[in-house]
Write a new protein. Structure first.
Length: 330
């Protein structure tokens, strides 16, 4: 049913765009023709003279003579101008006609990129969890807990995909927005840390989580959305931390806001890149510091702004970086 509504909305937008283009072409063509006819009539009236008889006497007043050599240049000039103007109108109309298609292609590319990135991290965690399950099974250790975690990871991927599809379909109506408007910090941060624990273990990185006094505070994101934002920051920290390092996640209340800090011991972020890495598909500098696509961080910023907050690099040096996610409490 949702697909039918989306299809109807898309068809309505296409029909509206077609009507606007048809109206533009029709009105513009009518104006050009009207102006051309008016000019030609004025030229004919201005150049016409009464008909003379054989002896030069004035003929019938209802009969006038129009010199073709005076009218034809105006006709040719109007034809050239009309062709040029109609060409311009056609170009403008074509540009307007393909604009919705260009927007649709851009949104499609962004959705594919977002979905690929959003699903990559939970999929990697799922693979790591399967490897842990295999090792435990070979050693004869209990595996029930790992199997339960696998179910949670699969459910997480399903939730993420559902949210992406809802966002892509444009069905985030008031009711859906209300359902996704509040989540506990402790739930979101803990979920993110648990889902990425296998990935950290596989890379030889320790992961610590301190909820502080913010565990029960709610922010303007659903717990699943907050988990996605935190997963981006934690995954980024794990990926840039050396073996044996610790990635620390700390949550604190700060007035009417909540601050979530993710600290790593990676190579740091160049000062010139600290804002740019949050742009889509941005690359870091080639100075040996962090490099790579900034799609994940761009998604984290989108989520933070949705909650009325922000995310950025608080401090950075060759010894490590602290990312700060700050959101008002609700």
């Amino acid at each position: 049913m949702s697909q039918e509504r989306c299809g109807s909305a898309d068809n309505a937008r296409v029909r509206a765009a077609a009507r606007r283009i048809a109206l533009l072409v029709g009105v513009s063509s009518a104006l050009i023709i009207a102006v051309g006819i008016t000019v030609l009539v004025l030229v004919i009236v201005a150049t016409a003279r009464p008909e003379r008889g054989p002896g030069g006497e004035r003929g019938d007043a209802d009969h006038v003579v129009v010199d073709a050599d005076q009218v034809v240049p105006w006709v040719i000039g109007f034809g050239v101008v009309a062709v040029v103007l109609l060409g311009v109108i056609a170009w403008v109309s074509a540009a307007r006609a393909v604009r919705p298609l260009a927007d649709a292609l851009r949104l499609q590319r962004e959705f594919v990129a977002d979905a690929s990135h959003e699903l990559r991290t939970p999929l990697t965690a799922l693979v790591s969890r399967i490897q842990i399950l295999e090792r435990r099974r070979e050693r004869g250790d209990p595996i029930d807990e790992v199997i339960a975690k696998l179910g949670d990871d699969a459910a997480s991927m399903g939730e993420t995909l559902d949210e992406l599809l809802v966002a892509a379909s444009g069905e985030a109506d008031a009711a859906a927005a209300e359902r996704h408007r509040s989540g506990a910090v402790g739930e979101g941060v803990t979920t993110a840390a648990e889902r990425l624990a296998p990935l950290a273990e596989a890379r030889g990185v320790r992961l610590s989580c301190d909820l502080g006094d913010a565990a029960q505070v709610h922010v303007g994101l659903a717990a699943s959305e907050l988990a996605r934002a935190c997963m981006v920051l934690i995954d980024n920290a794990i990926g840039h931390s050396p073996v044996g390092a610790t990635v620390a996640v700390a949550c604190r209340r700060s007035g009417a806001a909540v601050e979530i800090r993710v600290t790593d011991h990676g190579p740091g972020v160049a000062a010139a890149d600290r804002d740019r890495i949050f742009e889509r598909f941005a690359r870091g500098s080639e100075t040996g510091q962090r490099r790579g696509f900034g799609l994940g961080l761009a998604l984290a910023r989108d989520l933070a702004r949705r909650a009325g907050g922000s995310v950025g690099v608080e401090t950075s040096s060759p010894e490590g970086t602290v990312f700060l996610l700050r959101m008002p409490s609700v």
